[in-house]
Design a protein around this ligand. Sequence first.
Ligand code: NAD
Ligand code: TDX
Length: 357
Amino acid sequence: MKVLVTGGAGFIGSAVCRHLVKNSSDRVVNVDKLTYAGNLESLKTLSGNADYAFYKADICDQKKMLEIMRNEDIDAIMHLAAESHVDRSIDGPGAFIETNIVGTFRLLNAALEYWRGLGGKRQQEFRFHHISTDEVFGDLPFDSGIFTEVTPYAPSSPYSASKAASDHLVRAWHETYGLPVVLSNCSNNYGPYHFPEKLIPLVILNALHERALPVYGRGENVRDWLHVNDHARALEMVMKDGAIGESYNIGGNAERTNLSVVETICSVLDKKRPRAGGRKYADLITFVADRPGHDRRYAIDASKIEKELGWNPQETFESGITSTIDWYLDNEWWWRPIRNKNYAGERLGVQPAGKRS
Ligand code: NAD
Ligand code: TDX
């Protein structure tokens, strides 16, 4: 198959590109605008590979998207391009509306025109796979509830509202125009090549730099952690075997409070890279002002993809976090330039309590 991956220079998109090129005979066409979050260094292992191509382009450019689909004779689209950081969406929602909603709308238009021009079997087999988030389902109480594919949408942040809007557009293009779509909604990913302002890589690198480890509120919020390589495998299955018009929840079955995630990272680092003077990394934990509208808990029921497509996560949180920490220890060449650049303008989450509104 010839698969167009949007956002393939990002964290999950690059894992999908690496996974498909390594484990399938598919040709992968990566289309990415290269925002602050896009990094071609994450795809270094694919450079020169005949089964891989890269186009620097914006999904909002409908004409360009159609041109790439036609030039590359695409069989399926995996749509991951998005603005993805909740804190940035609170600071400035505009880019989220533009890329996540308008960009998805334009990409759908291009895909529809392209799909209508395909003949017989290729038209039947074409897929538009929209990659979304569990955050569209909103806030769960600490002690009960789990997200299934039929949980009503109730997004809280500008980010999750923009993703919810894009999910609705994708369904509408299926119901109204017949575009063969599949959707997936996953929980928090972690693993190699994760942009170091999200919680896990931020904490690993701040610890190594002896900086404060910022925990929002009291660290009681719960996320359900999924290793990015498990996610990439699941996405290939959904794209190839998912039923048209259906959505699939993907989760790691690994609910943890944020504080426990940070403490686990600290204790792994205490063993692998002990601090001078016998001090503990956990001493760097700093409680900072909470994220506005911070959803308390996310939890995914992944039984549909397990039963229907035979997917299961291979990593436990303990095995995945240990290998992720090893990766950051071994791959300073990847994170050092981003970290140096990023520290010119510090982001939410690195400011002390009280400074944030
Ligand atoms: P990311 O921020 O690491 O990467 C996003 C990529 O999209 C970047 O390479 C960026 O350059 C590109 N991009 C942004 N705007 C673009 C545009 N207008 N045109 C073309 N490319 C553009 O994000 P991620 O964490 O890899 O997330 C990928 C997808 O998965 C997103 O749709 C996100 O909503 C979803 N998701 C992520 C998580 C997670 O834990 N990271 C969880 C659930 C769902
Ligand atoms: O410094 C921090 N301190 C902190 O306590 C940061 C950056 C985050 N947090 C908390 C907020 C969240 O409860 O940790 C949790 C995880 O935060 P992020 O890494 O920013 O991820 P989250 O907001 O949960 O969203 C991620 O998962 C769902 C992705 O960024 C989204 O794109 C995806 O949809």
